[in-house]
Each structure stands twice: as structure tokens, then as C-alpha cells.
Design a protein around this ligand. Structure first.
Ligand code: CTP
Ligand code: CA
Length: 227
């Protein structure tokens, strides 16, 4: 038997990928987070490594095995993920932001468990906005990789995704309708539309593993057109 290697469309390229949720502590025993499984980001890391890339996968708290040939950095909070991404992006050709980053974190992290009888009422939680990781990298003047974002939307999917492409100065955004429970967040399947300055390209619904290979091919075509 003979195995057919996938086209080495990312040969010699350094690729950084974020995956999974971030988690923001409230106190030593509680946190804010979301239901991201990390499957899409891990599938992209697998596909990029198979396509010949040197991959750094910066993962929030997920229960997934590290893909073969991938360097993994585990992080918990959004600020930790940003620091790891800033470091990796200094020597990187392509950044794919697949993480479901917590948009807010508690303004203060209590050093001891918050007690309900300490005069705390239902509106006890004060939040502050987290830094935008993908926008921070895309705003770089030097050492700026090709930057790909994701947009998980429940309505006006193209409109909201195109707005993020522009606002965050991304090179490409992958729009994802998460109102369909068969697709997106925790599922093995996904249906996405690629949006860049040339317009929109809807891809057929597929397993995240198949979709990741297709996305890697499409991203490589646009990021490194001379190859
Ligand atoms: N993202 C990021 N840092 C954040 C928030 C989002 O890097 N603090 C990235 C995600 O990894 C994704 C893209 O930005 O690639 C879009 O994330 P999304 O949550 O859809 O967009 P937001 O800008 O956070 O807008 P909203 O959640 O209000 O729709
Ligand atoms: Ca968000």
C-alpha cells in the first residue's frame, strides 16, 4: 500500500494557531468561560502540520490530544493567551485565531472564595473588557504575519463577519453560523464561509477534520500566492 501525502502547501512556513476557550478566574474555585471544544483549532493544527508547516498551537483548557508534530503551549486566561501569541508571532508567517476568547474578565480576582453572606448581592460581579488578541497581532507594523480570524455568529452572519474583517484589519475571516446546533461550537461538523477582500466563498458542510484540510489549502493560496 502507498499513502498519499497531502500537498505541502505550507512547507517551510511558521504557523501559530489559537484554540479552545479562555478561562477567567473569579476566585480560587470559580471562573467565567464558554463551551468551545477546541476541535476546529486542533484540526487546523493537524492539517497545517501535515501540509508541512512548523506549527505552534496555543490552547486554552481543552481535553484534546496534541496533534503529531505540533508544539503546544497551554494557557488559561486571555492575558496569558495574548502573551503566548505575542511571543510566537515574532517569528511567524501565518496566524490563525480559532480560539473562543472570553470577551470580559472579572475586574478583580478575589484571593479567597467569595461568600454569599458577605453583603454580596446578585449584582456583585464587575467585569472589564479583555484585550483583542487577533486585532493586536493584525495591528502590528512590523513582524505582522498573514492574519486569519473566525467569526461565530447567530444572525446576520456575513454582515457581522465582514464587519470584524474590516474593524480588526484581518486578511481573511472564516464565518461560522452557530445558531445551527448541528454545526459550530461543540460539534464535529461545521459549515463556514470564507470572506476576504475578494468576496465570499461558502464551503460545503463537512467534518471539522475535512474542513480544516480544505481551509489550509485556501488560506495557503491567499497567504503565499507565489508558492
Ligand atoms: N478574538 C481575539 N481576542 C478576543 C476576542 C476575539 O483574538 N478578545 C478573535 C477570535 O479568536 C476570532 C475573532 O476574534 O478569531 C472573532 O471573535 P468573535 O468572538 O466572533 O468576535 P468579537 O470581536 O469578540 O465580537 P462579539 O463576540 O461581540 O461578536
Ligand atoms: Ca467574542
Amino acid at each position: 500500500t502507498r499513502s498519499i501525502a497531502p500537498a505541502q502547501v505550507l512547507q517551510g512556513k511558521k504557523v501559530t494557531i489559537t484554540a479552545g476557550p479562555t478561562r477567567e478566574a473569579l476566585d480560587p474555585v470559580r471562573y467565567l468561560s464558554n463551551h468551545s471544544s477546541g476541535k476546529m483549532g486542533f484540526a487546523l493544527a493537524t492539517a497545517a502540520a501535515r501540509a508541512g508547516a512548523e506549527v505552534t498551537l496555543i490552547a486554552g483548557p481543552v481535553r484534546l490530544a496534541t496533534p503529531a508534530g505540533v508544539a503546544r503551549v497551554d494557557v488559561i486566561s486571555t492575558n496569558d493567551m495574548l502573551a503566548a501569541v505575542e511571543r510566537a508571532a515574532d517569528d511567524c508567517d501565518l496566524f490563525i485565531a480559532a480560539a473562543a476568547v472570553a470577551d470580559f474578565r472579572p475586574a478583580v480576582v478575589a484571593s479567597q472564595k467569595i461568600k454569599k453572606q458577605d453583603g454580596n448581592d446578585s449584582d456583585v460581579l464587575r467585569l472589564v473588557k479583555n484585550p483583542d488578541i487577533v486585532a493586536t497581532i493584525a495591528a502590528r507594523q512590523v513582524k505582522r504575519p498573514f492574519v486569519v480570524g473566525f467569526a461565530a455568529e447567530t444572525e446576520k452572519v456575513s454582515e457581522h463577519a465582514a464587519g470584524k474583517l474590516q474593524r480588526k484589519n484581518l486578511d481573511m475571516i472564516i464565518a461560522n453560523d452557530v445558531s445551527d446546533p448541528q454545526s459550530g461550537f461543540n460539534s464535529d461538523h461545521n459549515q463556514v464561509t470564507i470572506i476576504d477582500k475578494n468576496g465570499e466563498l461558502p464551503l460545503p458542510a463537512a467534518l471539522k477534520t475535512e474542513l480544516a484540510a480544505e481551509l489550509v489549502t485556501r488560506i495557503a493560496e491567499r497567504a503565499f500566492p507565489a508558492n
